[in-house]
Design a protein around this ligand. Structure first.
Ligand code: ADP
Ligand code: MG
Length: 503
């Protein structure tokens, strides 16, 4: 396991005009369940389909239609819960949350208020090499997404697209353990990474498949510690909730703005009204959307169309038996088995596909060299050309072939870069290309020796200098490499120059 030091919360402190204030943040993340079909219907969830192409009678709320729970979506929620080391509730239940929306034909959303499928868990948030924070998860529940109203296509009419209506969401609710904008972004990033490793959500924030409601409050120093000791929320300030954030950058900007807005009101003798707000990225401000609604406003009640959801421990155990290796475990393994630094291991495990590629290159070879090549040459080049790992022109086998030629001393580092370039543009088999193009480092000591002798004989003054100051021996190495057209193995040359000069 990863050797981590857990730090106490490092609250972001904002100095107001009158006092210092600390931030307290809790997130409700809506993650679209990776599933081909919706939560209660067989309609497709494919993104970018023609409007209203993916709508079953249940999604359109035709009279008399009955929801049937999708077992796969339930399994995905359980898998997510296991990945967050959470309590799995063998008995959960669906409730109706009643409200009117043109893009919600039922007139209610089916959700799980009182008995969620997943209980308490945690996310370990990375805050720097070897440093982590533990953010508690309160619950994960399953619910339906709504459709989309479109108001900007026609001056006189609005349109409704129900493709998203009824798609399964997991709402992942954190405790208010997050203490600043950077921590909030790091939390979402880590959660996204875990979900992608699990395969339970694709984490595509641009498409809205992962979005967060961000709850922010401010308090005086010392108050949070009282909350922690008692779990009594009255020690904390009143929160506002910023809805539907789908960018890490905007999440941070919104938190900062919102905290300063609240501080200004409090220092002015006012009080915070609990409400739902929206962030406007163009103005960099949050503004009020609606006052805070309570559970009774929605007249929640158990959905009479759905029996309580009962799952068996054996089924949960089956899912547990197929859990993939998660990011922290993978990172620890790379640091242990391949001797990588925390930083390199983090870069390589950030995306599972990248990690799989690296591992194919590194297995049976020198891990650090493999990491350098994958991070610097390959990722550097992919980034430059805007490509993902799946589109890499150089495969793991090809890169491995290059490393083998370096490892055996057949080619120099410089030649390897040329070879990589050829593989990138033309493809081919590394050893064959190296042979065909005469890329061969001279390790034949006879040939090198002749060059060394020649240069020493021709430069007596330099020899004197190098004998007086060993650092100047490098000049001879340079000359020999030049004379041999860069093909001599520098290590061999160095060693020989030193010996011949009697250093
Ligand atoms: P609701 O559905 O009313 O928004 P939830 O319990 O689902 O309520 O979510 C509340 C969220 O707000 C949780 O993430 C919780 O951690 C967070 N939260 C609660 N109190 C505070 C507070 N004082 N400051 C910041 N966040 C808070
Ligand atoms: Mg909420």
């Amino acid at each position: 396991m990863l050797d981590l030091t857990f730090t106490a919360p490092q609250p972001k402190v904002i100095s107001g005009a009158k006092a210092d204030w600390e931030l307290v943040i809790g997130l409700e993340v809506h993650a679209q369940v990776a599933s081909n079909a919706k939560l209660f219907s067989g309609a497709s969830t494919s993104f970018g389909a023609e409007p209203n192409a993916n709508v079953a009678f249940v999604d359109a709320a035709m009279p008399g239609m009955l929801p049937v729970v999708n077992e796969f979506c339930v399994a995905q929620a359980v898998r997510t819960g296991l990945g967050l080391k959470a309590q799995i509730n063998l008995r959960s239940a669906f409730d109706r949350k009643n409200y009117f929306y043109p893009d919600l034909p039922q007139g209610y959303q089916i959700s799980q208020l009182y008995h969620p499928i997943v209980g308490e868990g945690e996310v370990i948030v990375d805050m720097g090499p070897g440093i982590a924070r533990r953010v508690r998860i309160e619950r994960i529940h399953l619910e339906q997404d709504a459709g989309k109203s479109i108001h900007d296509m026609d001056p006189n009419m609005s349109f409704v697209d129900l493709n998203r209506t009824g798609v399964a969401l997991m709402e992942i609710v954190s405790r208010p353990d997050i203490r600043g904008p950077e921590e909030a972004a790091a939390y979402v990033a880590k959660l996204r990474q875990i979900l992608r490793y699990l395969g339970t959500c694709d984490g595509n924030m641009q498409n809205g498949n992962l979005r967060a409601d961000v709850n922010v409050s401010v308090c005086k120093p010392g108050q949070y510690e009282k909350y922690q000791a008692t779990q009594d929320f009255s020690h904390l300030g009143t929160r506002c909730e910023i809805k539907n954030m789908n960018s890490l950058r905007f999440i941070q900007a919104a938190i900062d703005y919102e905290a300063r807005r609240q501080i200004a009101i409090l220092e002015d003798g006012g009080s915070i009204v609990q409400e739902t707000r929206l962030y406007d990225p163009d103005k960099g401000e949050t503004r009020s959307m609606r006052s805070k609604e309570e559970a009774h406003d929605y007249r929640y009640f158990p959905d009479p169309d759905l029996l309580p959801l009962e799952i068996e421990q054996a089924w949960v155990d089956d899912i547990a038996a197929t859990m993939p290796e998660l990011p922290d475990a993978r990172k620890a393994r790379y640091m242990g088995d391949f001797g990588l630094t925390d930083y390199d291991a983090s870069v390589l495990t950030a995306e599972k596909e990248n990690a799989v590629f690296f591992e194919a290159v590194a297995t049976g070879r020198d891990g650090k060299t493999a990491a350098n090549w994958v991070i610097n040459e390959l990722f550097g080049r992919l980034n430059k050309e805007g490509l993902g790992i799946a589109e890499s022109p150089v495969s793991a086998a090809q890169l491995g072939g290059v490393l083998d030629l370096i490892g055996s001393g057949e080619i120099s580092g410089k030649m390897a870069k040329d070879l990589f370039e050829i593989l990138w543009t033309e493809g081919g088999e590394p050893a064959e290309i190296a042979a065909a193009r005469g890329m061969k480092q001279v390790t034949d000591t006879g040939a090198i020796e002749a060059a060394v002798d020649e240069i020493i004989a021709a430069n007596p003054a330099q020899v004197e200098k190098a004998r007086a100051n060993a650092k100047l021996a490098g000049w001879f190495t340079g000359q020999v490499l030049k004379a041999t057209g860069g093909k001599a193995n520098p290590a061999v040359v160095n060693e020989m120059v030193a010996r011949k000069l009697g250093l």
